[in-house]
Design a protein around this ligand. Structure first.
Ligand code: TXA
Ligand code: MG
Length: 333
């Protein structure tokens, strides 16, 4: 990202108590930028109906402006006011909201500004489960755009400290509610076409979704909007979740200079000489592994580490989303 002159402002880090929630909603209504806890990752929130606020948000993230944003609302009734829900989208929302699931549906005219949708005719909508996020959404009373609260290309933040490391001086407020419980972004389903398609594996695993739908989910990695319009990148510039050093998946050995990101206690050959070792879940629990993923990647991306070797991680359950993020981190850039 080319360096861009940006005015630095005082960023306040406050607890997510009643006063903090009130202040967050006030700032959002006034066009401010506020980092909020959600159950998946911390989000950088702004008023999705305010093009100036959305433009500031893109600038603070250093995000390419063709990448559309998720509109967050407190409940399904509010979601129906901004998007058009098919029977299948209704069923998914009823079953999994609030929670780590984002549904892409046809947008209602004027529901959020064009810039937040990056000009698409569809809109990604999520009802988060985190009580602080829900309280802020209710108090703000309008759809809130909230990408992950990191600089574009960095790993997603799962704590207020991660947010400050990336965005201190660029946003008004950070609400601190401790570590994110899920730790990986929401699963994104495209419900705007004939068939429901998995756009991004995430915090809700494929299994329960397919059980609710009664059929298997198609997966699409290159995506055109519902009307075959502008190509978009759902998550999904290849190297989107990147630490500064190379990441190697399914490593059979740890090479000199590498740190090891382990799983289930596995210690590949050469682990004794690893610069650092962290285990995503010593007991092999994929839910715990997802919760630790981004914090561990950040911790291992440290001075003296020339690369991160990742022990094999299973494909099932949340393993699909964990492997997706690690594959992006491993992509050449
Ligand atoms: O868990 C989450 O989803 C977090 C928390 C903060 O809610 N948010 C998040 O937002 O991950 P973000 O902006 O980092 O990722 C949203 C993804 C982007 O990759 C974007 O391309 C995709 O959603 N997206 C947004 N609108 C879309 C649309 N209309 N069609 C397809 N993909 C869309
Ligand atoms: Mg993101």
């Amino acid at each position: 990202m080319a360096a861009m002159a940006q005015t630095r402002i005082g960023t306040r880090l406050v607890p997510a108590d009643a006063a903090g929630i009130h202040e967050a909603a006030r700032l959002l209504r006034a066009g401010g930028l506020v980092a909020l806890p959600t159950e998946t990752v911390y989000g950088l929130a702004c008023d999705a109906t305010d093009p100036r606020a959305v433009a500031r948000l893109y600038a603070a993230k250093g995000r390419p402006s063709f990448n559309p944003l998720i509109a967050h609302v407190p409940d399904l009734a509010a979601a129906r006011r901004i998007g058009v829900f098919s029977a299948e989208a209704e069923a998914l929302a009823a079953r999994f909201w609030p929670g780590p699931l984002t549904l892409v549906v046809p947008a209602r005219e004027g529901a959020v500004c064009d810039l937040a949708r990056a000009g698409l005719s569809t809109l990604a909508i999520r009802v988060p489960a985190h009580p602080v996020a829900r309280a802020v959404l209710e108090a703000a009373g309008r759809p809130i755009a909230a990408p992950s609260a990191n600089r574009s290309g960095h790993v997603s933040p799962t704590s207020a400290d991660h947010v400050m490391a990336d965005l201190d001086g660029l946003i008004e407020l950070v609400l601190d509610a401790g570590a994110s419980a899920v730790g990986i972004e929401s699963t994104i389903l495209d419900c705007s076409g004939e068939r429901t398609i998995l756009l991004r594996p995430g915090g809700l695993a494929r299994g329960p979704i397919e059980a609710a739908l009664g059929h298997v989910l198609a997966r699409r990695t290159t995506h055109k909007g519902a009307a075959g319009e502008a190509p978009i990148a759902p998550g999904m510039l290849a190297s989107h979740y990147a630490p500064s050093v190379p990441v190697r998946l399914d490593a059979a050995e740890v090479r000199p200079g590498e740190a090891l990101l382990g799983f289930a206690g596995a210690r590949p050959a050469g682990s004794e000489a690893a610069v650092a070792v962290l285990d995503l879940s010593p007991t092999g629990d994929l839910v715990e592994a997802a919760a630790n993923l981004f914090a561990h990647l950040r911790a291992l991306d440290a001075p003296g580490v020339t690369g991160i070797a990742v022990a094999p991680i299973p494909h099932e359950g949340l393993g699909e989303a964990i492997r997706d993020r690690l594959n992006r981190a491993a992509a050449p850039r």
